[in-house]
Design a protein around this ligand. Structure first.
Ligand code: ADP
Ligand code: GLC
Length: 495
């Protein structure tokens, strides 16, 4: 039996281009699917870093004009240290040959032509899906987030679709974050090569605009999101971001599959970013790493709890809640180190807090993969006070590294961490702390609970070891994706 062929379509893929968890997932899932007899090719925009990785790759197809300029599809294998990826990149300099962030210009605003940049990604994915180019016809096209949301729309309505639609692979769309939906003016319909008949409520229309994610959610054969709890939450008005009605309507075709992590990239025993690599049996080595964190963040030597936060500094991530509990934490002898970038106001408040609590609170603004590994390798606890969190990855890295997660009880955070309540402690199954509701008061109360456990080294060690023993790999989730792909194809066979 030949392997099932999946085309994965994503706007960022680790280790080539990463702004958040989507890249980690798109980068690691293909290798995890291979043992399930699923062969994945990954289609992504040809940003400078991608074209560099594919230098010498062959052009498989050319477009004289792809949404405003010449383009080609380049295939190859990226041989980065995280393993091999079977890549297809769209080399379209007018769309992607720009410095910096994949979504934002240098001033932090969305690139003004994002509709075309990601419309082109979906358009090319659909062309490949139809088996017309690249000498390859995938069984399934798997689109990630709004940037790939138009894939099912092009397969249904695109210029190549023909009256019967022609060959059509099964389609899956994964919601990594419902807060980003990709809405653009209706006037772009023609530029995006979508016919007027696509502009209906059963198509790409969303409140008078073109909704990229909305189109994917209406038209894909199946929708997944990155945790079972988030799959339920987004069907309610509080977390549904306006799309809950549609998601309720499609509930029969919506599944939550937890993310895993790449346990080779994230392995405390071999991590090159750690001065002292370690295993669950040699946790003392973490002290050396903690000293390196304190030095990097300008913190004084201390035996108190070292609490870290790594992530995008936005409302979603509850950074303001952390700011409100910092004085109390410092009062209890704890230290806080924060790595992140984002909202200018939050950045300024964090810097002010570090100045006020010099030596006890440290902030590094910016994006630094190495520092994030170091923090996981030496901190006592990692805080994730998110208001909503589809899955969250830093708590999974925390589990793997023996950095005890303290998390808001929401989305994937509630699915991955076992709260250290009395019953869980007595049964020896706790792996961290959860707080709810997501307020500064309940966070403060939970931090007190965590500090009490921290002062009992045997209890803390048990939490660390339990966490390190948890299966956070891609093995289970990858098998679930493979089963889903197969079920979709089987259902087609009986259509
Ligand atoms: P999201 O995708 O919502 O940002 P996740 O927890 O799923 O949240 O994934 C975030 C990923 O980005 C993790 O791999 C995390 O370590 C990484 N990350 C976030 N901010 C930074 C930063 N400033 N420096 C280094 N890595 C970061
Ligand atoms: C999103 C979510 C995050 C999730 C990541 C990968 O960015 O905010 O919770 O872990 O995607 O799926």
């Amino acid at each position: 039996m030949s392997a099932l062929k999946v085309l994965s379509v994503a706007s960022e893929v680790f280790p080539l281009v990463k702004t958040g968890g989507l890249a980690d997932v798109a980068g690691a899932l293909p290798a995890a699917l291979a043992p399930n007899d699923v062969a994945v090719k990954t289609l992504m925009p040809g940003y400078p870093a991608v074209m560099k990785a594919l230098a010498g790759g062959e052009a498989l197809h050319r477009w004289p004009d792809l949404f405003g300029g010449p383009a080609s599809l380049v295939g190859g294998t990226s041989a980065q240290d995280a393993g091999k990826l079977d890549l297809l990149a769209i080399d379209a300099p007018h769309l992607y040959d720009r410095p910096g962030n994949p979504y934002l210009d240098i001033t932090g605003k969305d690139w003004s032509d994002n509709a075309l940049r990601f419309g082109a990604l979906a358009y090319v994915a659909a062309e490949i899906g139809r088996g017309r180019i690249a000498g390859y016809a995938p069984d399934v096209v798997h689109a990630h987030d709004w940037q790939a949301g138009l894939v099912p729309a092009y397969l249904r309505f695109g210029p190549e679709a023909g009256p019967e639609g022609g060959r059509r692979p099964a389609t899956v769309i994964t919601i990594h974050n419902l807060a980003f939906q990709g809405q653009f003016p209706a006037g772009l319909l023609e530029t995006l090569k979508l016919p007027t008949r696509a502009f209906t409520i059963e198509g790409v229309e969303y409140y008078g605009q073109i909704g990229f994610l909305k189109a994917g959610l209406v038209l894909a054969d199946h929708i997944t999101t990155v945790s079972p709890t988030y799959a339920i939450e987004i069907q309610g008005s509080e977390m549904g971001m306006g799309l809950d009605g549609l998601l309720r309507h499609r509930a029969h075709a919506l599944t939550g599959i937890l993310n895993g992590i790449d346990t080779t990239v994230w392995d405390p025993a071999t991590d090159a970013s750690l001065p002292a690599p370690y295993s669950a049996r040699k946790l003392e080595a973490r002290k050396t790493n903690a000293a390196a964190i304190r030095e990097r963040f300008g913190l004084a030597p201390s035996e108190g709890m070292l609490l870290v936060l790594i992530g995008r500094l936005t409302w979603q991530k509850g950074i303001d809640l952390l700011l409100r509990v910092i004085p109390r934490l410092v009062g209890e002898g704890a230290q806080v180190a924060i790595l992140g970038s984002g909202d200018a106001g939050l950045q300024a408040e964090l810097v002010a807090s570090a100045t006020r609590h010099k030596g006890q609170v440290g902030v590094v603004l910016g994006y630094d993969e190495g520092v994030s590994h170091l923090m996981q390798g030496g901190a006592d606890a990692i805080l994730i006070p998110s208001r909503f969190e589809p899955c969250g990855l830093t708590q999974l890295y925390g589990l793997r590294y023996g950095t005890v997660p303290i998390v808001a009880r929401t989305g994937g955070l509630s699915d991955t961490i076992i709260d250290a309540n009395d019953a869980a402690l007595a049964a020896g199954v706790a792996t961290g702390f959860q707080f709810a509701p997501v307020t500064a008061e309940s966070l403060a109360a939970t931090l007190n609970r965590a500090l009490r456990c921290f002062r009992e080294p045997a209890v803390w060690r048990m939490l660390q070891k339990r966490g390190m023993a948890a299966d956070v790999s891609w093995q289970r989730p990858a098998a679930q994706y493979a089963a889903l792909y197969r079920a979709l194809l089987a259902a087609r066979g009986t259509e």
